[in-house]
Design a protein around this ligand. Structure first.
Ligand code: PEP
Ligand code: MG
Length: 600
């Protein structure tokens, strides 16, 4: 991994400098960032979890050995540094880590597992070191059992080299706040970025609703994804602008370009200052129909943004980020603390806590919660994974129910990626058992609608759940067979596709017929472009990233329901996503007061 941390900030660059170059990608997280460039170019593509074919054994062992060597070298460097700064006592701890990494028994055990069971190096390392940590924890000697934490530390260090999740640690080396250009960042990489150090980033891969993009928006770090040839073009770049609004990056911007972007950033800040004054205004249409605007959060510290932007509640708490941010799975107590904090942050308001949605691109660094699959988006992810690991699921439910009971809050449970009624019934059974053991009530239980199977039978599901929440990010992916994180097919990924609209309409209708609430919590719910359509269909709860609330509120305050219903009806008669998008753009202009004569 190389870091161009010596690069001067754009203002300090001297002389002619290289020519300005603009590259285009996908707008992944809004905002504009300007700063010196740091290129992270040596980690290569992320290695997805997988089974190793017999022919791949030698290569996998070589990966293992390389990761062990890199981790040992890194550990030795940290030891020397600690010795210099903190003295031999502290350095000794790191020395023990280096010795463990270099222990021939560790390499032999891991190699044996790869060979016998054809598992990946990540899983093999995790198994060996977890086993050792558990044995140490089981010992009576408090000195020895405390060593388990060291073993887990070592595991995280080696896995970071194997999975590429090391990307976040480069931050410690930055000489100044910078713009990061790299091939890929996983959601857990992004979750560990520090917005004070990373002003913005651009990646070669990724799409608009990939989880890395969602987390970047949560952290308010401007980002552009899917920039083809980024690293090749960025080779010698000294500074860059990340334009997360337009989905573009400018390498080595000229003084004139810099001035233009600085003015745009200031205009954006001024727009948000204006919007913040509207945070207390009701989200009601011109003819008085009220809409609940909820916030999606990944981290509890986003609760402040929820309050700032006047969220009526938390509509989606993506709890898997508790797992993604930490090198070991969080305990019940750690989960309980996080859920309690979320409930306490918005007293009296609904908090929808989604059970773990791990898998696909949301892979934790600790190998024990990673399913090894060739096609993880269709694999053992999300609710399927939780039901396969009932103890883990029970632990999470216990933590949520305890937090709900303690605060006497309006907590609701949401199941991700529901596909079959059996899953809902099994989850309800497990939740009922946990509630009975705690002596608490079962909270309202909702299903995410993100797989066509549930949308098509929404009428049946509506009889067994208390609410729906439409996850358009995955619903689009699974309906159109378009990977939401793949920039090569990003042009096919559209919320305006007629098939997507039809499924959403079916779900909203089924919910209305069964008199259960139906929210939209995927990215479509936070885009003003779609608000008129969703209102016209009958959606009354929208959940989105906190910073999206003010613009959606402003849009809603410019819509009248007669017009919204007409837009919804007309959209469902159109044949192509392009025609639908054109209709929605007209509606957006009209609701924004830009074009009072628009069609409809
Ligand atoms: C969705 O799929 O729309 C959703 C809200 O869930 P996530 O983005 O976490 O997959
Ligand atoms: Mg989803």
């Amino acid at each position: 991994m190389t870091s161009d941390v010596e690069n001067p900030a754009p203002d300090e660059a001297e002389g002619e400098g290289p020519a300005e170059q603009t590259l285009h990608g996908v707008a992944a997280s809004p905002g504009i960032a300007v700063g010196p460039v740091v290129v992270l170019d040596s980690r290569g593509p992320r290695v997805p979890p997988r089974r190793i074919p017999a022919a791949g054994f030698a290569a996998e062992v070589a990966r293992l050995e390389a990761a062990l060597a890199a981790a040992a070298a890194e550990g030795a460097q940290a030891e020397a540094e600690a010795n210099r700064r903190l003295g031999p006592r502290y350095a000794g701890i790191l020395g023990a880590h280096v010795a463990l990494i270099g222990d021939p028994q560790l390499a032999a055990d891991a190699r044996g597992r790869i060979e016998r069971r054809r598992i990946s190096a990540e899983q093999a390392v995790a198994e060996v070191l977890d086993g050792l940590a558990e044995r140490l924890e089981g010992l009576d000697d408090p000195h020895l059992s405390a060593r388990a934490a060291d073993v887990r530390d070592v595991k995280a260090r080696i896995l970071a080299h194997l999975t590429g999740t090391r990307a976040a640690s480069f931050q410690d080396d930055l000489a100044a706040p910078s713009v990061i250009l790299t091939r890929d960042l996983s959601p857990s990489d992004v979750a560990r970025l520090d917005p004070a150090k990373v002003l913005g980033f651009a990646t070669e891969v990724g799409g608009r609703t990939s989880h890395a993009a969602i987390v970047a928006a949560a952290l308010e770090i401007p980002a552009v994804a899917g920039v083809g040839g980024l690293l090749q073009s960025a080779g010698a770049a000294r500074s860059a602008v990340i334009d997360g609004e337009a989905g573009a990056i400018v390498l080595d911007p000229s003084p004139a370009t810099l001035a233009r972007f600085r003015a745009a950033a200031e205009a954006r800040a001024a727009r948000f200052r204006g919007l913040s004054e509207e945070a207390a205004l009701p989200a009601a249409t011109l003819d008085g129909v009220e809409v609940e605007l909820h916030a999606n959060i990944e981290f509890v510290d986003e609760a402040a943004a929820c309050r700032r932007w006047g969220a009526a509640g938390i509509g989606l708490y993506r709890t898997e980020f508790l797992f993604l941010r930490s090198p070991t799975p969080p305990t019940e107590e750690e989960q309980y603390a996080a859920y309690s904090q979320a409930v306490a942050a918005l007293p009296g308001r609904p908090v929808v806590i989604r059970t773990l949605d791990l898998g696909a691109d949301k892979l934790a660094a600790h190998g024990d919660v990673v399913a090894h699959e060739a096609n993880p988006a269709l694999g053992l992810r999300s609710l399927r994974y939780s039901l396969r690991r009932p103890e883990m699921f029970r632990t999470q439910i216990r933590a949520i129910l305890r937090a709900a009971a303690e605060a006497d809050g309006d907590v609701r449970l949401l199941l991700p990626m529901v596909t079959a009624l059996d899953e809902v019934r099994r989850a309800r059974e497990l939740i009922g058992e946990v509630a009975a053991s705690l002596g608490t009530a079962v909270p309202p239980l909702g299903a995410m609608v993100e797989v066509p199977a549930i949308a098509l039978r929404a009428d049946r599901f509506a009889k067994e759940v208390d609410f729906f929440s439409i996850g358009t990010n995955d619903l689009i992916q699974y309906t159109l067979a378009v990977d939401r994180g793949n920039e090569a097919v990003a042009y096919l990924y559209s919320a305006a596709d007629p098939a997507v609209l039809r499924l959403i309409a079916m779900v909203v209708e089924a919910a209305a017929a069964a008199a259960i609430p139906c929210a939209v919590c995927g990215s479509m719910g936070g885009e003003p472009l779609y608000a008129t359509f969703l209102l016209g269909l009958g959606v009354r709860v929208l959940s989105m990233a906190p910073h999206q609330i003010p613009e959606v509120r402003r849009l809603i305050r410019g819509v009248d329901m007669r017009h919204a219903r007409r837009v919804a009806a007309q959209a469902q008669t159109l044949d192509t996503a392009r025609d639908v998008a054109a209709l929605f753009e007209d509606a957006l202009r009209r609701a924004s007061g830009e074009d009072a004569s628009a069609a409809c």
